[in-house]
Design a protein around this ligand. Structure first.
Ligand SMILES: Cc1ncc(COP(=O)(O)O)c(C=O)c1O
Length: 490
């Protein structure tokens, strides 16, 4: 009899191994919760902020609750619950490895807090020498750029005017820096434009000069299958270099499991050598008053008590995604993206950025960025929330250099803006509003967005929005959002 498993048992009673994408919405936790609007009414929240974090799904929380009955600390506990927890924690690791086709004979799955921590860990552990180059791109999220500045010479690949990685510049910089390039660090997909990068081609280019590749899959992992070890193909033979992904990072909170875990999957060799960046309980075989002898992977790299519940939640989220199937997910999200692009394009005053072609919706993620007339993006996002109950995000999305490129902000303007921000005025920060889809969003929700944007573009929104310059946010002082009415810590 199975007591608890996320691996061998059917993923969840209701999934039966196959969950229709059309049914998933009813399992989204909080999908029917009403949020307050300015006119005093309440309506179901329209969550178009999935690129930041997704809501969770009851098929995941049920599994988490089920596990909590068996929860114990991992590793050396002798009690039954501790042994069960240790076993399921390793099962979760296997499920993740399988999910991204990692070859565990030469790779390891390490649990971290999130993508940011995973990339920082790799930056800390990669054996850079003075003068070594990390080749990254202008497209990157700050989490895949700032960590490299601390440890290597960072060179940026340009982006084209439509926001794609400039492949000519990529090749040029690889040729220019040659064997000095030790790592290429690129995103699988952009959190600003939804552009999906051909990471296996980039891997071949990197390997050709003897470098390795990290793919920041924070955005890619919830929306596309990932294969860290693709089979040999003609393309590979042509370049004489493999398209394998050496390192991969992603976060569970962006794929329906907001329980605090992220992963770094990568070459064991890097982590076998040298000292872990965090040391302490769990990382050692034996300690005396002078020396510590590191234990084997993965424990060596996971100091202290790990997020066991988060690992279970991520494994179950993977089961949910697998139950729905990639074809259905891609088809549904492409349908939503196409529908939204067609609708938004027709609204006079709405300016879309990135790829606006509805016919290529299946080749990108459902991440749409736009502005409305000359209204500040922060104001538009605020109106969407206050008057329509729509959750979006605005600003630069932790990708300042990329957003400046997309908006053609010149050096002088950029410098002025920096001055403002350093003087605690964020109101001039350039940017967009971003709407991003998940597996459960509907065309009706896109209709609500389109209706709202049409009204906003026509000036049909309430007066009385106030700017908090320091935060760069618009608020109202005629409403009091009584959060404690909705949720309270006892
Ligand atoms: C492309 C990309 N990389 C990295 C991150 C950082 O992820 P986390 O906040 O989970 O560390 C994000 C978050 O939005 C992202 O979109």
């Amino acid at each position: 009899m199975t007591i608890f498993s996320v691996k061998d048992a059917p993923p969840a009673e209701k999934m039966n191994g196959s969950l229709s994408i059309h049914d998933v919405r009813k399992y989204v936790v909080g999908i029917d919760e009403l949020v307050p609007l300015l006119d005093g009414s309440r309506r179901p929240y329209v969550n178009l902020d999935n690129a930041a974090s997704t809501p969770t799904i009851s098929l995941i929380t049920e599994k988490v609750n089920d596990f909590l009955k068996w929860y114990g600390n991992v590793h050396r506990g002798t009690g039954f619950k501790s042994k069960l927890s240790s076993w399921v924690f390793e099962e979760a690791r296997d499920i993740i490895a399988d999910f991204v086709h990692a070859d565990l004979s030469d790779s390891v799955v390490l649990f971290c807090k999130n993508t940011t921590e995973a990339i920082n860990k790799l930056a800390h552990r990669f054996p850079f020498k003075r003068g070594d180059v990390v080749l990254t791109s202008v497209m990157e999220h700050h989490s895949n750029e700032l960590p490299w500045r601390k440890v290597a010479h960072v060179v940026h690949i340009d982006v084209t005017s439509d926001g794609r990685i400039d492949e000519e510049d990529f090749q040029k910089k690889l040729a220019q820096y040659g064997s000095k390039v030790k790592l290429v660090a690129v995103s699988g997909a952009s959190n600003v434009t939804g552009i999906i990068n051909p990471v296996h081609t980039y891997a071949r280019w990197a390997h050709h000069v003897g470098a390795q590749i990290l793919v920041d899959a924070a955005q890619l992992a919830p929306h596309r299958p990932i294969d860290m070890k693709p089979k040999d193909d003609a393309e590979q033979m042509k370049h004489g270099a493999k398209g394998d992904i050496d390192y991969l990072a992603f976060s569970a909170h962006k794929m329906y499991a907001p329980f605090g875990v992220g992963v770094l999957v990568g070459r064991r060799k890097i982590f076998e050598q040298g000292d872990p960046e965090y040391v302490g309980g769990g990382t050692v075989d034996i300690v005396n008053l002078e020396d510590a002898y590191w234990t084997d992977l993965p424990d060596k790299e996971e100091a202290g008590t790990p997020d066991i519940v988060g690992a279970v939640a991520l494994a179950q989220a993977i089961r949910v995604v697998q139950s729905i199937g990639w074809d259905a997910i891609i088809e549904h999200e492409a349908m939503l993206t196409k529908y939204a692009l067609e609708k938004l394009e027709k609204i006079s005053g709405v300016v879309l950025y990135g790829d606006k072609n509805p016919n290529t919706a299946a080749q990108r993620l459902g991440v749409l960025t736009f502005n409305v007339n000359d209204l500040p993006h922060a104001l538009v996002a605020s109106i969407l929330s206050y008057e329509w109950g729509i959750g979006t995000r605005n600003g630069c999305f932790c990708a300042h250099p990329y957003v400046k490129c997309l908006l053609h902000v010149d050096e002088k303007e950029a410098k002025e803006m920096e001055e403002h921000i350093l003087h605690r005025d964020r109101s001039t920060l350039p940017g967009f509003v971003r709407a991003s889809f998940g597996i459960y969003n509907t065309t009706e929700e896109v209709d609500v967005l389109a209706e709202a944007l049409t009204a906003i573009a026509n000036g049909k929104f309430r007066e009385g929005y106030l700017l908090n310059k320091e935060r760069g946010e618009y608020y109202r002082n005629d409403v009091e959002e009584k959060f404690e009415k909705y949720f309270q810590l006892d």
